[in-house]
Design a protein around this ligand. Structure first.
Ligand code: COI
Length: 356
């Protein structure tokens, strides 16, 4: 593997590391961060690790006006024998470049970016939490920094990595969440940016989740933007249903994010010889399966929460209670196996984890 030659400036004033049993998601940041700048004609240059701090940007920087930005999210886990494991980080770097391509941002060298990520975690390794259910969330991102109000790809960018020790993403943890099916707003449409990890998709999702939360729901179930019947995602996660013994997840159609947890769940199910299929699935089909007593389980998948079981779907004034609002057997098995591989307490037959 290639290594990136990084200039490292260590912080002279270390922060107090918060108690690992009281971590929220994404509110505390470690002592250092990584920066790599891009200038047209020069490429990516001056990779450096510096003390975590605010950054100064020109108010005309393209990122503020036209949202030319991409990000990733992955986690590092502390193992019982004091090692640090990353989960499929190569996949995040690949997806970052796919998002870059969609947003007209110059590609990064995936191996060098991974080398930067590993070096940053090594510097802040004391921040990788040790308590059950916690991890170090890693947020690589790229912003367009050129001061220019013309609508065109910027000439200058900044790639950064910040780190945050985290607990559960949803306050419910692994307990099932209540989900409202969204019929007014859509998250993305095929041909748009739904399959890129870019800020605009998340900004576009806020209005619907706000009103769902006012009505006591944790998140919304997104339907397709054209026919408003095919299921796409749940909140900021991919979604799976277990209907009559078969696991179904919406096929990637251009507006759905290609989740790394999604991909891993499909691979695990295939490995266990549990029937799994990627295809279009409509809300009507889910409702019919519920009426027929065949809807066994539903769950969201993502890096942040790993697996989030769905206990209730609210759709057209009807409440569909899934598995009596309890975590299903398969959801639990998937959660235990995947987090076991991630933490190094279960064998990793796929070679998914990378030791720091
Ligand atoms: C995930 O990892 O599930 C997400 O996409 C949520 C993240 C944006 C915090």
């Amino acid at each position: 593997m290639k290594d990136l030659d990084i200039e490292i400036t260590l912080s002279s004033k270390k922060k107090t590391i918060p108690p690992f049993d009281q971590l929220e998601f994404g509110r505390t940041f470690t002592d250092h961060m990584f920066i790599w700048d891009y200038t047209e004609g020069k490429g990516w240059h001056d990779p450096r690790i510096v003390p975590y701090q605010s950054i100064a940007l020109d108010p005309a920087a393209t990122v503020f006006h036209y949202g030319q930005t991409v990000f990733e999210g992955l986690k590092a886990y502390h193992t019982k024998d004091e090692q640090i494991l990353l989960f499929r980080p190569d996949q995040n770097m690949k997806r970052l470049n796919r998002s870059n391509d969609r947003l007209c941002i110059p590609k990064i060298d995936e191996e060098l970016a991974l080398s930067a990520l590993k070096q940053l975690i090594a510097v802040d390794r004391d921040w990788v939490p040790t308590v059950e259910g916690t991890s170090l969330y890693i947020r690589p991102f790229i912003i367009a920094t050129e001061p220019h109000l013309g609508v065109e790809p910027a000439r200058n960018y900044r790639f950064m990595i910040i780190l945050s020790p985290v607990g559960a993403y949803y306050k419910e943890g692994i307990n099932p969440v209540r989900i409202a099916v969204e019929s007014d707003y859509v998250r993305a449409v095929a041909g748009g940016t739904g399959n890129a990890k870019t800020a605009g998709n998340y900004a576009a999702s806020l209005k619907a989740s706000e009103s769902a939360s006012e009505n006591g729901y944790s998140q919304v179930l997104w339907l397709d933007g054209k026919e408003r019947q095919y299921i796409e995602e749940v909140g900021s996660m991919n979604i799976f249903f277990k209907i009559n013994g078969e696991v179904i997840t919406p096929v990637l159609n251009g507006s759905i994010l290609e989740g790394i947890t999604r991909k891993s769940i499909i691979e695990l199910l295939k490995y266990w010889n549990i029937p799994v299929v990627e295809r279009k699935i409509s809300i009507h089909e889910v409702q019919q399966a519920y009426n027929d007593g065949l809807l066994e389980e539903a769950f969201g998948t993502g890096t942040a929460a790993v697996i989030s079981p769905i206990g209730e779907l609210f759709w057209q004034n009807e409440k569909l209670a899934i598995n009596n609002g309890e975590i299903g057997q398969l959801s639990k098995k998937l959660y235990d196996s995947l987090t076991g591989i991630q933490k190094g307490t279960e064998p990793d037959p796929f070679g998914w984890t990378l030791k720091l």
